[in-house]
Design a protein around this ligand. Structure first.
Ligand code: KG4
Ligand code: ZN
Length: 355
């Protein structure tokens, strides 16, 4: 089917997202976040997030339909995030989507949240202008960085062939930002706060460890080691804690801005170096950036520099499409419909640890 109208539903973390997409055209992207309710806990509380999805779902759906000027009857198919994510949170979106599918008789597509972060590139105007429009480039890779995931993907076909090249073995990058922000007395979510504070600091002041890097091999095609494209940030988090404790034990003032800048540089140096290494070695010529950490100003700068030097085209969707939302789910649903993929059996269960 050409240009199907797809309703996309996202509820894997703290964002209740409902998006409407026609083919690769974004009609509306309505998001309600429960982030404010989690701030005082310093992290997303699953039970609170689930309840918030239940409260927000119907109003968010109604808003999206009215903004797009369509009704449920007009929709050709419904797409919903079925994993990975918080189990209880996923269940709210999946239950709602199943109920809508049953009531309307529309086909339902279970969507992998991570693949949707890549598919959203199809909706971005600046990316469409750089590519063929309506199509993702060939030899595409993706660097997904958020509070829940840090992964390098190779995308041969967005509808049927996405391969995981590397991922974090402990904390996600955004999680590391959030935990270190807490150590530095900054509010949750910590990413934006560190990004801001780091601009006043010296990124070379403290040399923090670069997890799972092999300086000998980096940038060369020699001897692939274990975890070549994987990440680890828990050692870095500990190093920052020891560093801050050290200043305090010596009775010195903690140079917070320098610590923030040096920590941020350690995370982003590894992320961008490994993404570019994977691209070079795997014949990937275009890299798409996604996830909430893609908002980071230094990440954008480093990724641009290193991709430019390596001859890789960098695609960065606008921020509202990088963070969790329903339009990305609808965009991938539309690709599945247009590629003739069969809808999901309505009995499917959400999978919180979906690969
Ligand atoms: O994609 P997202 O909204 O939700 C998921 O985690 O799936 O990403 C949120 C994460 C948080 O960890 C937040 O601290 C981080 O993205 N983040 C940032 C920035 N803005 C948000 N990290 C670094 N720099 C930023 N400017
Ligand atoms: Zn996400």
């Amino acid at each position: 089917q050409e240009n199907p109208l797809i309703l996309g539903i996202e509820s894997s973390c703290d964002e209740t997202g409902v998006g409407l997409v026609r083919g690769t055209e974004l009609l509306t992207n309505t998001v309600s976040s429960s982030m404010e309710e989690h701030v005082r806990f310093g992290g997303v509380i699953p039970e609170i997030a689930s309840r918030a999805h239940l409260d927000a779902f119907v109003p968010t759906l109604q808003q999206a339909l009215s903004d797009a000027g369509v009704t449920l009857e007009d929709v050709d198919a419904i797409a919903v995030t079925s994993g990975p994510g918080l189990a209880g949170a996923l269940m709210v979106g999946v239950s709602a989507a199943k109920a809508l599918a049953l009531a309307t008789g529309k086909p339902l597509y279970a969507i992998n949240h991570l693949v949707a972060h890549v598919g959203v590139g199809l909706l971005d105007e600046s990316i469409a202008a750089m590519t063929q429009g309506g199509q993702l480039p060939e030899n595409l890779g993706a660097l997904l960085v958020s509070g829940g995931h840090t992964e390098i993907l190779r995308v041969r076909s967005i509808a049927s062939d996405v391969e995981l090249l590397g991922a974090t073995i402990d904390d996600a990058a955004g999680e590391a930002f959030d935990k270190v922000a807490r150590l530095l007395g900054l509010n949750y979510p910590g990413g934006p706060a560190i990004d801001k504070l780091a601009r006043e600091g010296n990124a070379k002041a403290i040399r923090f460890p670069r997890g799972l890097t092999m300086p000998k091999y980096m940038g060369t095609a020699e001897a692939p080691g274990p975890h070549r494209y994987d990440f680890s940030f828990s050692g870095l988090k500990t190093a920052v804690a020891r560093c801050v404790e050290g200043y305090e034990a010596r009775g010195e003032e903690v140079p917070f801005a320098d610590v923030a800048a040096s920590f941020q540089e350690a995370v982003l140096d590894v992320i961008t170096a490994k993404a570019v290494l994977a691209c070079k070695e795997q014949g990937i010529t275009t890299l798409l950036l996604g996830g909430g950490v893609a908002a980071n100003s230094r990440l954008r700068e480093l990724a641009h520099q290193r991709c430019l030097a390596a001859g890789i085209t960098l695609l960065v969707p606008k921020f509202s499409l990088c963070t969790d939302n329903g339009a990305m789910v609808a965009a991938l649903g539309a690709q599945l419909v247009m590629n003739g993929v069969a809808p999901s059996d309505l009995a499917f269960a959400p999978d919180s640890s979906m690969p």
